[in-house]
Ligand binder design. Structure first.
Ligand code: NAP
Length: 340
C-alpha cells in the first residue's frame, strides 16, 4: 500500500529531478502521473527504468491521488494547486506563491520537520527558495548551539535556477562568443550571462533589494527563527547547476571554528569538505547530482566578536527544489499519512 503521486511540471528541470529522486529513493509509489501543459502531451519522461507519458494538467482529476509535487511556477500553481488540494490531494509546491502564508508550512525536513503536521488547513506545504534551503540546513545546527544574531550572505546562483530557457541562453551565448555572426543577445536575463555575473535575481523591491534577497530573509525567519537578522546579495553566475554561498554568521556567544566543523560534520544533510590547501573545498561542478549541502572554508571572522565565515554549495535542482520536495513527501508519509 503505497501512494498515488502526481509530478506536476514533469517536463521541467525540477520536475525531471523529482521523478529521478522518487525512483532513486524508492519512494513507495503505487501509481505515478507525469503532468505538464498541453504542449507536452504524450512526451515521455523517465521514472527509474520505466518511462511515463505526460498527461495534460488542465484536464487531470486529482480525486483519489495522495500527493502532488508541483514545479510549474506561481501563475499556473495559483490555478491548479487549489484544485488538487480541494480534491483531497496534498500539494507540495516549489513556487513562491504560498511560502509566506501563515497557514501553510514552509519546510526543510532537516530543520523543521514538525511543521509538516500543519499541512491539513490548506492541504498545501511549501518548499523554500533554492538559496534559502541550502543555507538553513547549515544554519540550524549552529543556531541550536550558539544562537545566531545576524547572517550576511552573498550568493553565486546557477542559471538552472531560472529554468530551461536560461540554460539554453547560457549555452548558446557562450558558443556564440566564438562564432562571428552567431552572437546571442540577452533575452532571459537583462544582461549578458556568458562570461559575466549579474547582481540581480527576481524583481526589484522598493528598498533597492531584490525579491530573491527578500525571500532569503523572510524564509530563514519562517523556517529557523524570526529573531535572526539576514542581509543578502544575490548574484547570477554563468554556471549551469549548483548554487554557492559565502556566509558570514554572527553568534550571541563565542563558538570556535573547530567546534563549528564538528557540529556540521554531525548535522543531517551536510558534508564538510574543508582542507586548507588547493582544491580542498567544494565547487558547484562537484555538487551536481548529489543530495548533500557541502560546507568548506570554515574560519573565524576576527573582525567581530563571535563570527564565523563559511562556503556553502549545493545542487539547486536537488536540495534547492526536487530533493527537498521528496523529503517533505517522505516526512509527511512518516509522520502523518503512514502508508507504504
Ligand atoms: N530551478 C530551481 O533551482 C528551482 C528551485 C526552487 C524552486 N523552483 C521553482 O520550480 C518551478 C519550476 O521550475 P523549473 O526550473 O523546473 O522550470 P522549467 O524548467 O521552465 O519547467 C517548467 C515546467 O512547468 C510546466 N508548466 C508551465 N506552465 C504550465 C501550465 N500552465 N500548465 C501546465 N504545466 C505548465 C512546463 O510544462 P511544459 O514543458 O509543457 O511547458 C514544465 O514542465 C518554478 O516555480 C520555480 O520557481 C525552481
Amino acid at each position: 500500500m503505497g501512494y498515488k503521486v502526481a509530478v506536476v511540471g514533469a517536463t521541467g528541470n525540477v520536475g525531471r529531478e523529482m521523478l529521478n529522486i522518487l525512483a532513486e529513493r524508492q519512494f513507495p509509489v503505487d501509481e505515478l502521473a507525469a503532468l505538464a501543459s498541453r504542449r507536452s502531451l504524450g512526451t515521455e519522461c523517465s521514472f527509474g527504468d520505466k518511462t511515463v507519458k505526460t498527461q495534460d494538467l488542465d484536464t487531470f482529476d486529482f480525486t483519489g491521488w495522495d500527493i502532488a509535487l508541483f514545479a510549474i511556477g506561481s501563475d499556473a500553481t495559483k490555478i491548479y494547486a487549489p484544485k488538487a488540494a480541494k480534491a483531497g490531494c496534498v500539494v507540495i509546491d516549489n513556487s513562491s506563491l504560498y511560502r509566506y502564508d501563515p497557514d501553510i508550512p514552509l519546510v526543510v525536513p532537516e530543520v523543521n520537520p514538525e511543521a509538516v503536521d500543519r499541512y491539513a488547513k490548506k492541504m498545501i506545504i511549501a518548499n523554500p527558495n533554492c538559496s534559502t534551503a541550502q543555507m538553513v540546513v547549515a544554519l540550524k545546527p549552529l543556531h541550536d548551539r550558539a544562537k545566531i544574531k545576524r547572517v550576511v550572505v552573498s550568493t553565486y546562483q546557477s542559471v538552472s535556477g531560472t529554468g530551461k530557457d536560461a540554460i539554453d541562453e547560457l549555452w548558446n551565448q557562450t558558443k556564440g562568443m566564438y562564432v562571428p555572426g552567431q552572437e546571442v543577445a540577452p533575452s532571459v536575463y537583462p544582461k549578458q550571462i556568458a562570461f559575466n555575473v549579474i547582481p540581480h535575481i527576481d524583481v526589484f523591491m522598493e528598498d533597492g533589494s531584490t525579491k530573491e534577497e527578500w525571500k532569503m530573509v523572510a524564509e530563514t525567519k519562517k523556517i529557523v527563527d524570526p529573531s535572526i537578522k539576514v542581509t543578502a546579495t544575490c548574484v547570477r553566475v554563468p554556471v549551469f547547476v549548483g548554487h554557492s554561498e559565502a556566509i558570514n554568521i554572527e553568534f550571541e556567544e563565542f563558538i570556535d571554528e573547530d567546534e563549528v566543523r564538528d557540529i556540521l560534520r554531525e548535522a543531517p544533510g551536510i558534508l564538510v569538505v574543508d582542507k586548507r590547501e588547493a582544491g580542498g573545498y567544494v565547487t558547484p561542478v562537484e555538487c551536481v547530482g548529489d543530495y548533500a549541502t557541502f560546507i568548506s572554508r570554515i574560519r573565524q571572522d576576527s573582525t567581530i566578536e563571535n563570527g564565523i565565515n563559511l562556503w556553502c554549495v549545493s545542487d539547486n535542482l536537488r536540495k534547492g527544489a526536487a530533493l527537498n520536495a521528496v523529503q517533505i513527501a517522505e516526512t509527511l508519509g512518516r509522520r502523518v499519512l503512514k502508508k507504504g
